[in-house]
Ligand binder design. Structure first.
Ligand code: ATP
Ligand code: MG
Length: 575
């Protein structure tokens, strides 16, 4: 490819609406252009990268025994009603109507469609197990599309679905996919951590995410991990052991009573006023889960993990109540209290974190402004019932649930997700196979996703410097750029063209920067675009030498043109 013909426009500046490095660089280096919020054109350079990622995925999925197919992007409402997700999915599901007023949606994921495909074709145990996958655009009407390709609305995903006769089969395929994923990300030049993750409200299910660890803003997930054993988990799923703390407030108060605690709206204010540690306060928070208020109780030095709390109620949507909603709730129950003074009461579902079990003689709100009960125990309070669940947000410094050593925290970009679905879809959709005795059973399913476009962006997050992208060779749009410093210098041009042609003949993906531009401009673009190797034919050519630059390390070599060509060919023998 000649640079003069390549469809690429690099920009002088980063786009002003981009917050993270991959978004900034992919736009500036001419890989992507935004069409509308969360929707991008993948320009030729980007498309080459994406095709390479797709091909790595294809090769490894095929090698793992999966079969590729392609399902429709547009899906009918009826299928989603069969699974019960039409109402449950929320606003991310983009719904639309056709000319006959039939209601459809744009596929955000394909469990329903694949289950219908399987139901139609997999009738007997003899046909199982099967793993089917596709690589396709998905649409999710994300609340906050941001970070370029990391969180788009339209994005490319590889999604695979496995069908087994039983849990043992599913466990085997899950392991098989975990191994394939590791290979896929390794081949893409990405170091990933497989971490335990939340699997939604489906009790007992298992899921893991593949995270690219990063210390930048692009890492939207907090990952807790142990250095002593291999425990690691997304914060929405992580559990921990706690260190010692004073949880019996007996020494601080003489008797159980309600006292004045004026203006103690926060835990800090309350601690200061009573001169007590926060570990003897019972904190009560009002959340709205699936539009209904609930109370969450926790030891006051710790915080609630909202996904865990939502799952504890089997909900699909959670948020903290607004002060107006708290006022309304208090009025309904004939109380008069704002946040800071709430405590457990009758007529509302209550979930308490396990830290509450150990609390004795604690301090708690009594639903009256400027009052708290001290030296309280649960038996002093009036409520219907408390369910205990781990709803606590883990913090760095807590202890590993498996080996007891301290946990650390880091940020991660989720590039893949594997999930044991069990019969969540096959049962309601009546997707069954018959066993040896002619008895029907729902398939036991798994699903396995990889964000293709997010993987490309994560690669940029993991591999760049101030000057631009440093693509891993396996997914770089081109391998080499050959730069004649001056296109008017016949010697340089001839040499550059010769190298270019020799590399092309060897099947190496090479660009000749034949533009009549200053050398500085060409070098800047080469670094920005991120060609893994640059061969420069410049002044040293009078001594019969060219310069070879390795983008990853910045290493510079002065070689004869033949040596430079051989060097590159040698490297690509192994790619
Ligand atoms: P997230 O928690 O980041 O919203 P998710 O868990 O909802 O993602 P999955 O349903 O597990 O996503 O989808 C499989 C993969 O698709 C993810 O691991 C991720 O790589 C990719 N993906 C999901 N949502 C997006 C998006 N909005 N933009 C780009 N890629 C995405
Ligand atoms: Mg996920």
């Amino acid at each position: 490819m000649k640079m003069s013909k390549l469809f690429v426009q690099t920009l002088r500046e980063y786009p002003s609406d981009a917050e993270v490095i991959s978004h900034k660089m992919l736009v500036r280096a001419g890989y992507i252009r935004k069409l509308t919020s969360g929707v991008y054109n993948f320009l030729p350079l980007m498309w080459r990268v994406l095709k390479k990622i797709e091909n790595i995925i294809r090769e490894e999925m095929d090698a793992a025994g999966a079969q590729e197919l392609l399902m429709p992007f547009v899906q009918p409402k009826e299928l989603w009603e069969e699974s019960g997700r039409w109402d449950a999915y929320g606003k991310e599901l983009m719904r639309l109507k056709d000319r006959h007023d039939r209601i459809m949606c744009l596929g955000p994921t394909h469990e329903e469609v694949i289950t219908a495909v399987a139901r139609d074709g997999l009738k007997s145990y003899k046909q199982l197990p099967v793993n089917l996958y596709q690589i396709q655009s998905k649409f999710r009407d994300e609340v906050r599309p941001r970070y370029g390709l990391l969180r788009g609305r339209e994005f490319i995903m590889k999604d695979a679905y496995s069908f087994d006769i039983d849990e043992t089969g599913l466990d085997r395929e899950y392991e098989n996919m975990a191994k394939a994923y590791k290979k896929i990300f390794d081949r893409c030049g990405l170091d990933t951590k497989m971490v335990q993750s939340d699997s939604g409200a489906i009790g007992g299910s298992v899921s893991h995410e593949f995270m690219v660890i990063t210390d930048t803003d692009a890492g939207e997930n907090d990952v807790f991990y142990c250095n002593n054993c291999d425990y690691s988990a997304n914060s929405n799923h992580a559990v921990s052991k706690l260190g010692d703390a004073i949880t019996d407030g007996g020494q601080y108060f003489a008797e159980t009573k309600i006292i004045d605690t004026p203006n103690t709206h926060t835990i800090d204010e309350l601690c200061e006023f009573l001169n007590i540690p926060s570990t003897i306060i019972l904190k009560t928070l009002v959340y709205i889960i699936d539009k209904k208020p609930v109370l969450a109780l926790i030891r006051a030095d710790r915080n609630i993990e909202e996904t865990k709390l939502m799952n504890a109620f089997g909900g699909t949507e959670i948020r903290i109540a607004s002060s107006a909603e708290i006022t309304e709730l208090m009025q309904k129950h004939n109380f008069d209290a704002v946040a800071g003074f709430i405590g457990p009461f009758k007529g509302i579902p209550i979930i308490a974190d396990e830290t509450v079990k150990d609390l004795k003689n604690f301090v708690v709100g009594v639903n009256k402004n400027d009052k708290h009960m001290v030296k309280a125990n649960l038996s002093d309070l009036n409520f219907d019932e408390i369910t205990y669940k781990d709803i606590r947000l883990v913090e760095a410094g807590d202890y590993c649930p498996e080996c007891g050593k301290p946990l650390f925290i880091t940020k991660g970009i989720e590039v893949g997700n594997i999930f044991k679905l069990g019969t969540k879809y096959s049962k309601p959709m009546n997707a069954v196979y018959t066993d040896e005795n002619g008895k029907a059973h729902p398939y036991v399913m798994g699903c396995y996703g990889i964000g293709v476009t997010r993987t490309a962006a994560a690669a940029v997050e993991a591999h760049h410097d101030d000057f631009g992208i440093k693509w891993p060779i396996s997914i770089a749009p081109y391998h080499v750029v050959v730069v004649p410093v001056s296109t008017n210098d016949q010697l340089q041009m001839n040499c550059a063209e010769k190298i270019y042609n020799e590399l092309l003949e060897q099947g190496i993906e090479v660009v000749l920067d034949d533009r009549d531009e200053r050398a500085g401009v060409k070098f800047k673009d080469a670094d920005l675009i991120g060609f893994p190797y640059r061969i420069t034919a410049g002044k040293t050519l009078s001594d019969g030498l060219v310069e070879l630059k390795v983008r990853e390390t910045g290493e510079l070599m002065t070689l004869t043109p033949d040596e430079a060509v051989k060097y590159i060919i040698n490297i690509f023998k192994n790619v």
